[in-house]
Design a protein around this ligand. Structure first.
Ligand SMILES: *Cc1c(COP(=O)(O)O)cnc(C)c1O
Ligand code: SF4
Length: 348
């Protein structure tokens, strides 16, 4: 009789399995795992094997996570901006609703690494009910960002219940979902998921790719299913040292995103999150990358480079300085570095 073998698990979640899979020592992984969670999908592990360091660094625990000097536990002051647990109300007209505590991968640079994937982020029916209640008694909020953790890790029926409840609140106009699943576990974006989402328009999805080698045939299929359901797709990339901090890598990423029907939305300066020092670039690096992009690549491909203000001040766009003088004459520099001016008056 053929032996019954269970299929390989979708995820690796222990230092022992990961050390074995990659042929590396287990002790450093164990030390980091004692503080932060670990999860890598088999799919992403294969990508790491093919493409190496830029993907490795995003997924594999690094002892530097434990020897951090400047990081903040909650860099965006989200806990203080939460009127109820797991709902961040920072801007008057929109709110960030954390509906899932788990992700398909625990990114080492995650801003919420203090709680994502840990017992501090167990989101139950009561948490969801409290969030929905706050949204229904706060009609100023018209745009809800459903995030986590990763909403696409929820059972389909549970995610649908949440979307249906949001749609039952008349003051909510648009729903956005933030998910990294199209990048880290694209096969989870089934046609059933897309068909369910389609019922809750206007719905937008912002996904999260950081490197061109993450744009695979599987990711393309996941994004096609969502786009074919009429969902506009954006991407929130994080600028990460040793992963994507060069104009060539970012340009290739942006073009590949457009090809899979994803419009680059934000390029984030890395937050001051505890345990992520080794990922941070200077802002100058980001501005230099933007200078290489603006005017040189399709405007459709250019995201807004933004810094999320420490302490919860909101997102600050960072743009290279093209303007040299702004009074009744505007003096500026073109993308090719030429001087130019424009009469900034209407009484000529
Ligand atoms: C980023 C963010 C938003 C949405 O900001 P947009 O610029 O509209 O994309 C809303 N609430 C919180 C708490 C956020 O961090
Ligand atoms: S998928 Fe997003 S929320 Fe989850 S660990 Fe990665 S960055 Fe954090």
């Amino acid at each position: 009789m053929p032996s019954e073998q269970s299929p390989p698990a979708t995820f690796i979640t222990t230092p022992e399995h990961l050390a074995q899979a990659l042929g590396i020592p287990v002790e450093p992984l164990q030390a980091v795992h004692a503080v932060y969670p670990l999860r890598v999908s088999r799919y992403y592990l294969d990508l790491i094997r093919q493409h190496g360091l830029p993907l490795w660094r995003q997924a594999i625990p690094d002892p530097r996570e434990l020897t951090d000097s400047v990081g903040l536990t909650d860099p965006l002051d989200e806990e203080n901006l939460s009127p109820v647990p797991c709902l961040v109300h920072k801007y008057p007209d929109r709110a960030l609703f954390l509906v899932a505590g788990e992700c398909a991968m625990y990114c080492r640079f995650c801003t919420r690494k203090r709680k994502v994937g840990t017992p501090d982020m167990i989101i139950d029916d009561a948490t969801i009910a409290a969030g929905l209640d706050y949204l229904s008694r706060t009609p100023a909020i018209s745009d809800v960002l459903v995030s986590g953790g990763d909403p696409f890790m929820l059972p389909l029926a549970r995610l649908e219940r949440i979307l249906k409840a949001l749609r039952a609140i008349p003051s909510i106009a648009t729903i956005r979902i933030g998910t990294r699943v199209p990048c880290t576990l694209p096969m989870r974006v089934t046609s059933g998921l897309a068909a369910m989402l389609k019922k809750y328009h206007p719905l937008y999805i912002n996904t999260h790719f950081n490197h061109p080698t993450e744009i695979t045939a599987e990711a393309e299929l996941a994004c096609a299913r969502l786009a074919d359901a009429g969902i506009p797709l954006g991407c929130q990339t994080v600028l990460l040292r040793g992963v994507n901090d060069s104009p060539e890598i970012i340009r290739e990423l942006l073009y590949r995103l457009l090809r899979i029907r994803v419009k680059p939305y934000y390029l984030f300066q890395a937050d001051l999150t505890k345990g992520t020092d080794h990922f941070r670039t200077t802002v100058d690096t980001g501005l230099a990358i933007m200078r290489h992009l603006i005017g040189h690549v399709s405007g459709m491909a250019v995201p807004t480079y933004a810094l999320d203000a420490p302490g919860g001040g909101g997102k600050i766009p960072l743009t290279p300085a093209y303007i040299r003088r702004l009074d009744d004459t505007l003096d500026f520099t073109t993308y090719l570095g030429h001087d130019c001016s424009y009469p900034n008056r209407i009484d000529l």
